[in-house]
Write a protein that binds this ligand. Structure first.
Ligand code: ATP
Length: 434
C-alpha cells in the first residue's frame, strides 16, 4: 500500500489536496495520469452500460437540488452512521467499523480504551444554503448519491425516450458524504465520484434482474484485468440492508488491508418511485399501452465508485519482474484503462529524428492517448512507461529515416516488432484490441 501511495504521487496519479498548506482532511487531487486513468475507468463503464446496450440512456442531474428530494427519499432521517466518542482520547469513530472485545465491547482503534460513549446517529449529508440568505428556507444538501436524480427524472425519461421496462438510466458524477472516518487513501473520502445505473424492471422480474446485474458487474472487473481470486460477491445480511433494499450484494476486492467494497448492487424495489410520487403528488409509474397495464417498476441499482475502482485496477496490475538482469516495476493495466496507450519515443534528441517522431505522434494521436518523451536514455524511458502501464512504446531510430519503419515494443513481454509507417495505425489499434 505504501508503495502504491508513493507511486501515485511520484508519477502524478494522485496528490494530497492542498499539500502546500499541509493537506486537508483526507482529500485528494488527481494529477495528469490520474485524470487520464479516471476518465478511462468512466469511459469503460459508460461503454459497457450505455454504448453497448439498446435499453440504457444517459443522465446528468444537479448536485445541488431541492431538499424535498432528500426528505422523500428518507436520507434526511435515515442516511446516518452510528457515531461514538472515545472518552479517553476524545477521537470520534463509526461504531460499526470498530474492533470489539470478546464480550462485544467497542475498542478505540487509537488508544485501545473501551470507555466509549453510546452510539448516536450522525447524518452524512453536507448541508449548505442556496442563495444569499442563510435561513431554514434556504437549506440545501449536496447529493450523497446520484441515484435520486434518476428517480425524480423517471417520468421525463419515459416520455422523451419511449422506453419500456426493462430499461435503465446511467449517470456518472460527484457525490458528497460527511464521512466520520475517511481513510485508506482514496478508498473513503468525503467527495467522490460514482457511476450508477438505475434499471427499471417489471416487479415480477426483479429477482432475475438482480442476479443478472450481480453477475454482469462482477465480470466487468474480470474483463478489465482483475484476477478472479482478488474479487468476491458478498450478499448483505438482513441487519446490513438499507431501508429501501430487498437485497444487496457487494462486489468486493482484496485490498491490502482486507476485503473492501467496490460496488453495491441493490434491489431498491419500488421504494423510491413510490416515495417521490407520494411526496410530489406526481404519478411515477409505467403505462404499457400494449397490455393496458399500469405499474410502478422495481429498480435494480449497480452503484460503483470511480476512485475505488481505480485503486483496485492499480493494485491488481502492480507487478515486478526482471528485464535483462535488472528489476523492473510494471503496471500490467488493461489497454483501455492505462493512462496512455502509446508512448512515442525518438531514440535521441537529435534534430534529425524529431520531425519523423512528431509525424508518428500525429498519426497515432487520433486513435490513442499518446505520451511523447524525448528525455533521458531509451532504457530509462521504457522503464518509466512500464511503471505507468503504457502498453506500447513506438520508437523512432536513425534507421527509420531510411526504411520508414519504427519499433513497436510490448510492455508485458518487452518484445519488439519492426513496423512500416503504412501499417502502423492498423498494427497499434489491433494490438490494443480496441
Ligand atoms: P461503504 O459501506 O464503504 O460506506 P456504501 O455501501 O455506503 O459504502 P454505496 O452507497 O453503495 O456505498 O455507494 C456506491 C459506491 O460508491 C461504493 O461501492 C463505493 O465504490 C462508492 N463510495 C461510497 N462512499 C464512498 C466514499 N466515501 N469514498 C469513495 N467512494 C465511495
Amino acid at each position: 500500500m505504501e508503495e502504491l501511495v508513493r507511486l501515485c504521487k511520484a508519477r502524478g496519479f494522485v496528490f494530497p489536496s492542498a499539500e502546500i498548506y499541509g493537506g486537508f482532511r483526507s482529500t485528494y487531487d488527481y494529477g495528469p495520469l490520474g485524470v487520464l486513468m479516471a476518465r478511462n475507468v468512466k469511459d469503460a463503464w459508460w461503454r459497457s452500460m450505455v454504448q453497448m446496450r439498446r435499453e440504457v440512456v444517459g443522465l446528468d442531474a444537479a448536485v445541488l437540488s431541492s431538499p424535498r428530494i432528500w426528505e422523500a427519499s428518507g436520507h434526511l432521517n435515515n442516511f446516518t452512521d452510528p457515531l461514538v466518542d472515545c472518552r479517553s482520547c476524545k477521537q470520534r469513530w463509526r461504531a460499526d467499523q470498530m474492533p470489539t472485545t470478546d464480550d462485544g465491547r467497542l475498542v478505540c482503534p487509537n488508544c485501545a480504551s473501551t470507555d466509549i460513549t453510546e452510539a448516536r446517529p450522525f447524518n452524512l449529508m453536507f448541508k449548505t444554503f442556496a442563495g444569499p440568505v442563510e435561513d431554514e428556507g434556504a437549506v440545501a444538501y449536496l447529493r450523497p448519491e446520484t441515484a435520486q436524480g434518476h428517480f425524480v427524472n423517471f417520468a421525463n425519461v419515459v416520455q422523451t425516450e419511449h422506453l419500456r421496462p426493462p430499461f435503465g438510466t446511467a449517470q456518472i458524477g460527484k457525490s458528497f458524504r460527511n464521512e466520520i472516518t475517511p481513510g485508506n487513501f482514496v478508498f473513503r473520502t468525503r467527495e467522490f465520484e460514482q457511476m450508477e445505473l438505475e434499471y427499471f424492471v417489471p416487479p415480477a422480474e426483479s429477482a432475475e434482474w438482480f442476479e443478472y446485474w450481480c453477475k454482469e458487474r462482477f465480470e466487468w472487473y474480470v474483463r478489465l484485468g482483475i484476477p478472479r481470486h482478488m474479487l468476491r460477491l458478498r450478499p448483505h445480511t438482513k441487519e446490513e440492508l438499507s431501508h429501501y433494499s430487498a437485497g444487496t450484494a457487494d462486489v468486493e476486492f482484496a485490498f491490502p488491508w482486507g476485503w473492501g467494497e467496490l460496488e453495491g448492487i441493490a434491489n431498491r424495489t419500488d421504494y423510491d418511485l413510490n416515495a417521490h410520487a407520494k411526496a410530489s403528488g406526481q404519478p411515477l409509474e409505467y403505462f404499457d399501452q400494449a397490455t393496458g397495464e399500469r405499474y410502478v417498476p422495481h429498480v435494480i441499482e449497480p452503484a460503483a465508485g470511480v476512485a475505488r475502482t481505480m485503486m483496485a485496477f492499480l493494485i491488481a496490475a502492480h507487478d515486478t519482474d526482471e528485464v535483462a538482469g535488472e528489476a523492473r516495476t510494471v503496471l500490467r493495466l488493461h489497454p483501455r484503462i492505462a493512462p496512455y496507450q502509446v508512448a512515442v519515443l525518438p531514440l535521441s534528441k537529435k534534430d534529425t529524428l524529431l520531425p519523423m517522431a512528431e509525424e508518428v505522434l500525429g498519426m497515432l494521436q487520433p486513435v490513442a492517448m499518446c505520451d511523447y518523451d524525448v528525455t533521458r536514455a531509451i532504457g530509462r524511458r521504457y522503464r518509466r512507461q512500464d511503471e505507468i502501464g503504457t502498453p506500447l512504446c513506438v520508437t523512432v531510430d536513425f534507421e527509420s529515416l531510411e526504411d520508414k519503419a519504427v519499433t513497436v515494443r510490448d510492455r508485458d513481454t518487452t518484445t519488439q516488432e519492426r513496423v512500416h509507417l503504412d501499417r502502423l495505425v492498423e498494427v497499434v489499434t489491433g494490438r490494443l484490441a480496441w
